[in-house]
Design a binder for this molecule. Structure first.
Ligand code: NAI
Length: 358
């Protein structure tokens, strides 16, 4: 069987650190296992254009492994050319780089390693919220520059205590963020999601659900975005919605870059409509050198907490999604049922309730 994987190049770091499993060099730790079973395993980072290793090998691959970190974009057109394709595995969480409707139409299954990095992302989101609210990055940069001017950074530093924080999407990550924020004594924890939190899960949390999106954002000091990217969330945070935010609110988006309108965010930050924007996900990855989110700032020269897409790829997370990928493959080879939580698209239908109300 031909198995094709698109991973990112880890270079020197991956040679020095074998736990960087999600790299071309370390091949999710499954290379010798796959070969011992007689399968052909092609691993590449070369993914763009018809002559790329990815697109050339896709034509007769039966299984494709991709990650959200260096996404091998599986468009409808490519899916239609992939005549043998039966299974797409996302080594991680978030399969928006695959045309899921096309996978449904062509009876190609799409599986994720659900839950593999949700705590990793939740921790990053909480860190980013604190870093923005407390104005950490400009304060650190001042120190590196050799300067010392307390009021210059304190003028835009606040406590998280008594702020209203809300998550757009209260699934595995959104819920974990709210759980972790509980001890900070926020004024209120809110959420917006068409799937309500189970009563049991919300018992200790006491998060309030708001059903209207504009009403939701208008109450927030901090928004954290934790919904998958699908037609119902693409560009959801745009110029129109930003007008409904409190002036000076902070946004942390570790879900998907394209949920936010790139230019509308940069403009809102520049004018001070929002005080900060942070996250690790971009509308194109790798982000171009001149992507405005790399350098955008608020009127005081801070408010930017952007990093490359790595919140869900800590070494702990890499072990979990590499092991999970192996388990999914093993089930596929042996004809065993898959863990239902991992199935985004089953044979010919959506199995998840997270990619819009279908
Ligand atoms: P999940 O499936 O457990 O939860 C997603 C929640 O979003 C669901 O409750 C769903 O109902 C809700 N939702 C969907 N559309 C919505 C909408 N229009 N409005 C409000 N809520 C909506 O997924 P999980 O594990 O919490 O992950 C969420 C997303 O986070 C992933 O799909 C992925 O895009 C992103 N992610 C990012 C990572 C990173 O490294 N930055 C790593 C892992 C996930």
């Amino acid at each position: 069987m031909k198995v094709l994987a698109v991973l990112y190049k880890g270079l020197e770091a991956a040679r020095q650190e074998p736990r960087l499993l999600g790299t071309v060099e370390n091949q999710l730790g499954i290379s010798s296992w796959l070969k011992s079973l007689g399968h052909e395993f092609i691993v590449t980072d070369d993914k763009e254009g018809p002559n790329s290793v990815f697109q050339k090998n896709l034509k007769d691959a039966e299984v494709v492994i991709t990650t959200p970190f260096h996404p091998g974009y599986l468009t409808r057109d490519l899916i239609e050319q992939a005549k043998n394709l039966k299974l797409c595995v996302t080594a991680g969480v978030g399969s928006d780089h695959i045309d899921l409707d096309a996978a449904v139409d062509h009876k190609i299954q799409v599986l994720e390693v659900t839950g593999s990095n949700v705590t990793s992302v939740a921790e990053h989101a909480v860190m980013s919220i604190l870093a923005l609210v407390r104005n950490f990055v400009p304060a650190h940069e001042m120190i590196e520059r050799g300067d010392w001017n307390v009021s210059e950074v304190a003028r835009n530093a606040f406590d998280l205590e008594n702020k209203v924080v809300g998550t757009l999407g209260a699934g595995r990550i959104g819920y974990r963020i709210l759980q972790r924020l509980k001890p900070f004594g926020c004024k209120e924890l809110l959420y917006y999601d068409y799937n309500p939190l189970p009563a049991e899960a919300n018992k200790d949390l006491g998060a309030r659900r708001v059903e209207d999106l504009k009403e939701f954002v208008s109450q927030l000091d901090v928004l954290t975005v934790n919904a998958p990217l699908h037609p119902g969330t693409k560009g959801l945070i745009n110029r129109d919605l930003l007008q409904h935010f409190k002036t000076g609110a902070w946004i942390v988006n570790t879900a998907r870059g394209a949920i936010c309108d790139k230019d509308a965010i940069a403009e809102a930050l520049k004018t001070g409509k929002i005080n900060g924007y942070s996250g690790d996900v971009w509308n194109v990855q790798p982000a171009p050198k001149d992507h405005i989110w790399r350098t955008m700032k608020n009127p005081l020269g801070g408010g930017n907490g952007m990093v490359p897409h790595y919140s869900g790829t800590t070494l702990d997370a890499q072990k979990r999604y590499a092991d999970g990928t192996r388990q999914i493959l093993q089930n596929h080879f042996e004809g065993k049922p898959q863990d239902p939580a991992n199935v985004i698209v089953g044979t010919g239908k959506y199995e998840t309730k997270s990619y819009g109300q279908r």
